[in-house]
Design a protein around this ligand. Sequence first.
Ligand SMILES: [Zn+2]
Ligand SMILES: [Zn+2]
Length: 341
Amino acid sequence: MGSSLLEAGMQAAVLTTPARITTHPLRIEDIPKPGLQPGHVLLRVRACGVCRTDLHITEGELPQRRKQLVPGHQIVGDVVDGATSALPIGTRVGVSWIGGIDGTCWYCKHALENLCDSPAFTGYTVDGGYAEYALVRSDFAFRLPAALDDLEAAPLLCAGIIGFRSLRVAGVERGERVGLFGFGASAHLAIEVLKHWGCEVYVSTRGETHRRLAEELGAVWVGAEADKPPVKLDRAVTFAPSGAVVIAALSSLRKGGVVAINAIHLDHIPQFDYDQLLWGERQLRSVANMARADARDFLQIAADIHMKPKITVFPLDQVNEALIALKADSIDGAAVISNLA
Ligand SMILES: [Zn+2]
Ligand SMILES: [Zn+2]
């Protein structure tokens, strides 16, 4: 590849001033292509999934960490520079929200890298994938199995991996009864894994569309948000940012069961009766970020079962519209930015 091509600019969606998404805070600009750094690979971006966190970053609900930022943290791309023996030129990889860890803190040294004290976040503390090119840490670029299509792999990289980690945190075993409370992007991928494991899935969720989708995807029982499944559950995962939903999940558990809370923020958890709801070695756990093993294991399962999430494709210059649609809940499935001509 000639140096002139490497030094050329690229199109990117740039955020300088977070604001309500309807004001189109992301501007499509020509900016310099990122220069190669040690330990990194340069990717030609094929596709990038759109996540609710991108909306929170763009609207300023998360504090601004860079004066100028390229968001996007579900990147599918090809290695075009900085190749290593593990990632030769042309290797197709996926990149997620965790873009790196320090490797030196107590958590990193105790095999708890998802809890690292100073992680890098793709598309937040470092530039992400709403661009033609992205520079990413080579040890956080996951080789994508050939069975996964570019566009369908993108939404797996955040929602999918974190949903899978939630099942691990809940301690799900094959054949168990598992409740999913809330049925958005993560849950509708997690149910595919649960069915693959022969689990019985019970879904409580808001919205007729979500309930219908849960039925189509094979839930054995579907109820409204606060409805309790008709049986005691072995495990439950809550996806709604609601403390009341956590209590509904907890009150559905058998003794020794686990609720995993997959929410970064939660409103107030109502006061609850310890003797009835937590006694009996029931556990309440939160799910934080992900480890690389979660990403690799989930992507392999997704390939094995030919996971095909529903997607709606937007070109890069329609990225604000994609986020508006996400906010309005007006698209079926996940939004994906595609750079494929
Ligand atoms: Zn995300
Ligand atoms: Zn660390």
